[in-house]
Design a protein around this ligand. Sequence first.
Ligand SMILES: Nc1ncnc2c1ncn2[C@@H]1O[C@H](COP(=O)(O)OP(=O)(O)OP(=O)(O)O)[C@@H](O)[C@H]1O
Length: 266
Amino acid sequence: MTTPKDCHPIIEVRGLKNAFGEQVVHDNLDLTVCRGEILGVVGGSGTGKSVLLRSIIGLQTPETGTIEVLGENMVDRTEDEAKNIRRRWGILFQNGALFSTLTVAENVEVPIREYFPYITPPLLDEIASYKIAMGGLPADAGPKFPSELSGGMIKRAGLARALALDPELLFLDEPTAGLDPIAAAAFDQLILSLQKRLDLTVFLITHDLDTLHSICDRIAVLADKKVIAVGTIPELLALDHPWIQEYFNGPRGRAAAASYEHEVVA
Ligand SMILES: Nc1ncnc2c1ncn2[C@@H]1O[C@H](COP(=O)(O)OP(=O)(O)OP(=O)(O)O)[C@@H](O)[C@H]1O
């Protein structure tokens, strides 16, 4: 369960400690994400998955520890340095985090305008249309406002915006939360096909066992303020940690495993 030998680290977290007052969320947490993998991050509610994501993207300053993303140190960066690194990743927040007063196309254009303020409007529109198509939305979604979209379409619009600057790395925070099983499975397949086509590295926080089975290369488990294990599902199942056993071997875990095995055989 060590890091794969051929791993080219894209995210390296070492000795991370995060605390809010007396509450220690992470203590001496280590994690490596390798280039080209889809890493799923799981853990019970409140184990610090979102705080870990916020630390990695520089929104949460840790008490101690080092974080490198795409070869850059993320702790104590100047605003200019932070801006340079931010353009190399895309983030899909749990609720899509779209600007409600902007259309889908305008939302996708926000990061492009930020980094390329002199881009011409026709080119901007063309790039936005292309990204909207990559997010799996029909062209007529571009002029719509978020309030006119279904939950699944909001996620796809958020994904289109996350892809706006051709990222090397994608952060997804519970991408299938709130979607019905059919929409969730379609979204999983969209992530997988984008990851392959665009050669992306994906850091994916999820509670969705189907997502873990169907698209994740490795899974990191957060518990006891640390990443207690990273590996494939069979590797994790070989451990006798109670949370891991309950999660993957509980009724829902077994159902997800069975349906995935069925899918592989069929
Ligand atoms: N800004 C903050 N101030 C104080 N406490 C915080 C803050 N952000 C997070 N926490 C606390 O840190 C802990 C971890 O929160 P986090 O949101 O990372 O959990 P999570 O694993 O993502 O949970 P869930 O699966 O429910 O989304 C929680 O106890 C939360 O209350």
